[in-house]
Structure formats: structure tokens, C-alpha cells
Design a protein around this ligand. Structure first.
Ligand SMILES: C[S@@+](CC[C@H](N)C(=O)[O-])C[C@H]1O[C@@H](n2cnc3c(N)ncnc32)[C@H](O)[C@@H]1O
Length: 238
């Protein structure tokens, strides 16, 4: 094991942890359930299906650039990062992916996640590397995909000072009822200020007050059909 991997494991042990249980969603892919919050990481109708619909189809694929800077709020299981990496390799677009996380999921759990086996069995090692690579520094994961994982509490968004602005934002916090502090006007104002011109932000949430906060931050917001099991989702554009 490389020194960096050992340091990474030590760092993870020092970070705040949360009890999670693994479950299978209706499309056969895993999600995690947080008993303390009574909340899932993904739609129980299908985790991969939801991520593809909300973040890849409605978000990433709407950006015409050949070099794309993505910001994700909530790294979690690494599913959105994995799907984005696959897209980068498929389209030969260079993607720099910054992901923020307050409670990194630990390796006994991430080792068992079935995303790679279901979507791209030949990329199992790559999925693993998304979790084992170091935090707080850029890591070149594949030819086209690089990752910066930051351990950070985004409910205090003024603490985040990225060196560049973003073309695509995946807003994937837990639901507003469970985590109201992550769905504030200050958060959406900050996200707007971090956007390149014509940037896109997507979220699975379609609540009226979230749409209004996004609009008030400056985004043009549309309601789109949601993934299976969910009527609508939101997409904003700068
Ligand atoms: C709905 S889950 C989605 C995770 C991830 N996108 C995935 O596909 O697994 C929400 C994520 O946001 C993280 N989170 C919660 N509060 C946070 C905070 N204040 N700052 C940063 N991340 C946070 C959670 O730990 C969790 O990983």
C-alpha cells in the first residue's frame, strides 16, 4: 500500500463518521440509508437511474465545452463521480471534478458498493481509486478525469474558496426537510458566484422554495421531468 493511501485511511478515521446501512434500490444498484436521519443517499426507485437522469443527462451532457469543471455538493458513494468519469472517457472531454463532503463514507462500505459491477465491470479498480485517492489535492484518476475531494462543511459556504469557477454543478445534498441548513439563500448565492457564464446547476429536488432561492440567486430555472418515482427536478442556468 502506498504511503499516501495509508495517510488517507488515517485521515478518514479522524473524520466525523455516521452510521450507514447498505440497501438495494429498484434498479439493482446500492444506496446507503442513514438511520439517524431516516434518509437515503439516492432514490429507492433506482440510484444509478436517478444519478444518470438528474446529473449526467440533465446536467453534464448539456455542457458543450470540451474542458468541463464540475462541482459536486456531497461526494457520498462516489456514484456521480464514477458516472462522470465514464462520460469523460466516452466523450474524450477533459473533466476536472471537485467534490465536497463532510462525512466521507469509509472503505468497508465503499468496497461493497456494486456500481462498477453493474455499469462498467472493467472499471472496478477505477471506482475503488475514487475512494482511496487522497483528499485535499488533485488526483489524475484516468486520462480525461481528475478529482479533487475536499473535506468541508458546505453549510458554511463562505469557507469554500476554489481557484476556478465551474461549468456544471451537481447539487446533491440530503433533502431540505432533513438538512435545511444546506438549502439556504446563502448557499445558492454562493453557488451562483462560483459559476462560469452559462453554467448549469441540477438537483433532484423540485420544491417551490428551492426554485425561488435559485432564481433569486440569479439562475434561470426550469422544472424538468424527474427520474422514475419523482415527478419533477430542477435545472438552473447562469
Ligand atoms: C444525498 S447524499 C448524495 C451523495 C452522493 N452524491 C452520492 O451519489 O452518493 C448527500 C451527501 O452530502 C453530504 N453532506 C451532508 N452535509 C454536508 C455538508 N454540510 N457539507 C458537505 N457535504 C455534506 C452527505 O454526507 C452525503 O454524502
Amino acid at each position: 500500500m502506498r504511503i499516501r493511501e495509508i495517510l488517507n485511511k488515517v485521515l478518514i478515521l479522524l473524520l466525523p463518521m455516521r452510521e450507514v446501512k447498505m440497501e438495494i434500490t429498484e434498479d439493482g444498484s446500492h444506496t446507503l440509508f442513514v438511520p439517524g436521519m431516516n434518509e437515503h443517499y439516492h432514490s429507492t426507485h433506482g440510484a444509478v437511474q436517478e444519478s444518470m437522469h438528474v446529473y449526467i443527462d440533465a446536467g453534464l451532457r448539456q455542457c458543450a465545452k470540451n474542458e468541463i469543471k464540475v462541482l459536486e455538493i456531497g461526494f457520498g458513494t462516489g456514484l456521480n463521480a464514477f458516472l462522470t468519469m465514464l462520460e469523460a472517457e466516452k466523450t474524450s472531454k477533459k473533466i476536472d471534478y471537485t467534490s465536497l463532503e463532510l462525512y466521507p463514507v469509509t472503505s468497508p462500505v465503499t468496497d461493497k458498493l456494486n456500481y462498477a459491477e453493474l455499469i462498467a465491470p472493467h472499471k472496478k479498480e477505477v471506482f475503488h481509486s475514487l475512494h482511496t485517492c487522497a483528499w485535499e489535492q488533485w488526483e489524475q484518476i484516468t486520462l480525461y478525469f481528475s478529482l479533487l475531494k475536499l473535506h468541508l462543511d458546505f453549510s458554511k459556504p463562505s469557507g469554500f474558496h476554489p481557484e476556478r469557477k465551474f461549468d456544471v454543478i451537481f447539487f446533491d445534498a440530503f433533502a431540505p426537510e432533513k438538512q435545511p441548513e444546506m438549502w439556504s439563500q446563502e448557499i445558492f448565492d454562493t453557488l451562483y458566484s462560483l459559476c462560469e457564464e452559462e453554467a448549469i446547476i441540477t438537483t433532484y429536488c423540485a420544491k417551490g422554495n428551492v426554485r425561488r432561492m435559485m432564481q433569486s440567486a440569479g439562475f434561470s430555472v426550469e422544472r424538468l421531468p424527474g427520474p422514475p418515482g419523482k415527478r419533477e427536478m430542477l435545472r438552473g442556468r447562469k
